[in-house]
Design a protein around this ligand. Sequence first.
Ligand code: BTN
Length: 150
Amino acid sequence: MKQVTPFLLVLSLALVAPSLSARAVPCVLTGSWINDLGSIMTIRALNGEGGFTGTYRTAVTATTNKILPSPLQGSQHQPNQKNHPTFGFTVNWSFSDSVTVFTGQCFVDEAGEEVLKTMWLLRSRMDDIKDDWKATRVGTNVFTRLQPQE
Ligand code: BTN
């Protein structure tokens, strides 16, 4: 009987641990996020250095092109070192000649929800160097976690 109790303890930990995946550690960016414009980004698992890749589905465009999902690449500081890690990522738009760089920080708000506060620069391609002055837009986006659908 004495040996059964530690066995049950280890067994229950093994069963519970998988459900404490990325979501249980706040501010691990892995997963899907929606911003204030309705754009959705999905970030795949972080590598050992905090690097990640993913897909960005923008809800809006500065072009007249048909919007397509676009790849993103970025990195975040390790969330176990600091509670509210900073991060950055680049979206290389599949449907235009533009690139957007985002930089931001993950916070946990008063309701316990993760919030990504970001700022971005969108560089559009200009045909003429004389138009360089109007090539870069700047803005902010706030992302919240998109809850997985049942
Ligand atoms: C383009 O129009 O050339 C590419 C799409 C740009 C979408 C921008 S990036 C910053 C802002 N945040 C979004 O979610 N979408 C827009």
